[in-house]
Design a protein around this ligand. Structure first.
Ligand code: SAM
Length: 283
């Protein structure tokens, strides 16, 4: 008898994946966690019934949420990741010539279990001396820290449960305070075909603190519903208009070669379909 994992994040539609083998299932202090094997996407981590990362397509999301801001910035030395418990974002950030990556993850269980059951996602990130792992609420961290960062990456769950606080104007104001001049913030901003109102709300909230707010896209097969958006915020409008040749030179110097990311994909990802642009300008 085939068991199915049915993701019910959205009203009226769902995605289902066969559970070919359960690797781990537990209610942590913060959320329901399951790691299972699926014959198509590999190992799957889901939190509170929502797919977070799969070994099959994690490269898409993690390359785009890390390489785009870091190559656009061009001289980032200190990076803050909020969330990112699977280690995939940290791993890509550490491919760059950064001095430090601070990762603030609320649920230690996610880190431990991903290291055990899907170690290839984070690879050696957690052993890298440049990584500083902080187990805490990201909102509390940015409200209190004296640290300053060149890039902030909010690799969070959706605005439900512990992730909800990471989508508020107060949180973005605290992030803005923690950025160095010319700094860049990016965040997971959902699938606009099914979460369009969230994209509008995120851009409206970001605009309360940042001069230039936009989004860029990626196609992650297990983030059901078509293109997904990553929110973009900076006080430097030029940061999202870096030309392909400059990006290519920076990528070559850093030794960045992606399976989804390329300088051409970077530039193209900021070209939004009019219906998505309308969701942003409505914000
Ligand atoms: N790539 C996924 C996506 O796009 O939905 C996100 C993956 S990552 C596993 C999401 C992480 O955010 C989880 O490990 C979760 O524990 C963490 N998280 C949720 N709320 C948080 C908060 N307030 N502070 C820090 N981490 C948080």
């Amino acid at each position: 008898m085939t068991e199915w994992f049915t993701e019910t994040l959205h009203e009226g539609v769902a995605q289902a994946l066969t559970i070919d083998k359960v690797r781990f299932r537990q209610r942590t202090d913060h959320q329901d966690l399951i790691i299972f094997e699926n014959r198509v996407h590999g190992r799957v981590l889901a939190l509170d019934g929502v797919v977070q990362v799969t070994t099959g397509d994690e490269f898409v999301y993690h390359e785009m949420i890390a390489h785009v801001p870091l190559l656009a910035h061009g001289r980032a030395r200190r990076v803050l990741i909020i969330g990112g418990g699977d280690g995939g974002t940290a791993r890509r950030c550490l491919c760059h010539p950064v001095d430090r990556v601070t990762m603030v993850e609320i649920d230690r269980s996610v880190v431990d279990l991903c290291c055990t059951h899907m170690p290839e996602v984070g690879a050696q990130a957690f052993d890298d001396p440049r990584l500083d792992l902080v187990i805490a609420d990201g909102a509390a961290y940015v409200a209190e820290t004296d640290e300053r960062f060149d890039v902030i990456i909010i690799d969070s769950t959706d605005p439900i449960g512990p992730g909800q606080v990471l989508f508020t104007p107060a949180f973005y104001a605290a992030c803005h305070r923690c950025l160095t001049p010319g700094g860049i913030l990016v965040n997971q901003a959902g699938v606009p075909a099914l979460q369009g109102s969230e994209l509008t709300a995120v851009t409206r909230a970001l605009r309360t603190s940042f001069a230039d707010v936009w989004a860029y896209t990626a196609v992650v097969p297990t983030y059901y519903g078509g293109i997904m958006t990553l929110g973009w915020a900076s006080d430097d409008p030029g940061a999202r208009h870096v030309d392909r040749a400059t990006l290519a030179a920076r990528a070559e110097e850093a030794g960045i070669v992606g399976r989804y990311y390329s300088p051409a994909v970077h530039v193209a990802s900021f070209a939004l379909p009019p219906w998505v642009e309308a969701l942003i300008t409505a914000g």
